[in-house]
Design a protein around this ligand. Sequence first.
Ligand SMILES: [Zn+2]
Length: 431
Amino acid sequence: MEKEKEMISVDDWKEGSQVYFLTHLHSDHTKGLSSNWKNGPLVCSPITAKLIPAKFPGFDLSLLKVFEIGPTYTLPLLSPFTGREIQVQVTLIDADHCPGAVMYLFRGDKFCCKLYTGDFRWEPTSERALLGKTRLLDALGNDKIDLLYLDNTYCNPLYSFPPREVIAKQIIDIIASHPEHDVVISVNTLGKEDLLVCISRALNIKIWVWPERLQTMHLLGFYDIFTTNTSLTRVRAVPSYSFSIDTLEKLNSRRPTIGILPSGLPWLVRGSDKNDYSCGSDKSNIAGQSAQAHKCNQVEGLSSCIKFDRFIYSLPYSDHSCFDELQEFIKLVQPLRLKGIVSSDSCNVDPRHYFGHLCKLDQVTEQPPKKLPRKVKPVVGCSKSGNLAIKRRKYMKFGSTRISRVSLLRRLRRGAKIIESFTAACSISDS
Ligand SMILES: [Zn+2]
């Protein structure tokens, strides 16, 4: 059978699409993207475009299509069936995940309405999320989302995090209560800038970062807060791959040092009291737990903080939406259908399991969701050295058309002329 040519790919970099969309620059979304990129035009936000040359030196910038957050753009694409031009409308929505991260809303006469969230965090108290919500609803107008591709990283009721500003205050308190200690904070190559800025301002202290991270900070417009000079500060933001129990042990053999792990991982679960956060009920699931090293203790006075090692404080500062926030999001956008963008061996929580009933079609055209094991394994993985790791891969490719029967009928009822059939497929596989 002749392979159908796809029109659009999101965070998927295989050949064959007419236009490629990048939600953000975290490496699990850029596998296959490189400095030698030639497969086609790449759409991204202005901040992502600014960061691309640093991540991919020599990237052909003429291939970038930089779209602002907010306005709706129209892209002409060729129908793989008729060869005729069709129009696809694209709107970027702020995902509030890491710098440059966006959601994509796709619409068009012969193109289902689809929302691809990428990674996102929309907290109920966040002004950015409120603005994103308004923009999304404005862009949607009377359209309904046929298919929602959802960031299901924490799609389990066990994941319940306070807003990031609450956790940032707790992290500041921990650092302030250790005035004689060095502090190392685990961060990735992109993300958690707001946290670091918050710490710097509250404690009037510079933050050390490694040279490539300093370059990123400068590109993002932070010139005064960060330094690569270790003698100027006791607080260092270090790459997450170098943050481990072993590292903290070694650092403490020279100077008293605490580690801060700001992440939705390890696994947290809310107790009966809303403010009571403790480790997951199955403590064997805590990352790399070993009898001698990982003992979960809530830290007195800090309801969200877990001290799972002598020197490491773990706090659920998450750039992904937690379960309640995902639920609110789905209630807001009311999709007909729903698919998760995260998959892995240890974490494959099909969002339809929890949210299928909130979808208008209630997944009637889908196969019933896989039954989850009685105890869902947490997303936490950990190397022997104590580094946290999560295996996942997320992307979407769609283009050729075959609307589900129900969706087709609904669109016909609305007066749409369906000339082509339409399919949408979300390709998800383990990395
Ligand atoms: Zn991400």
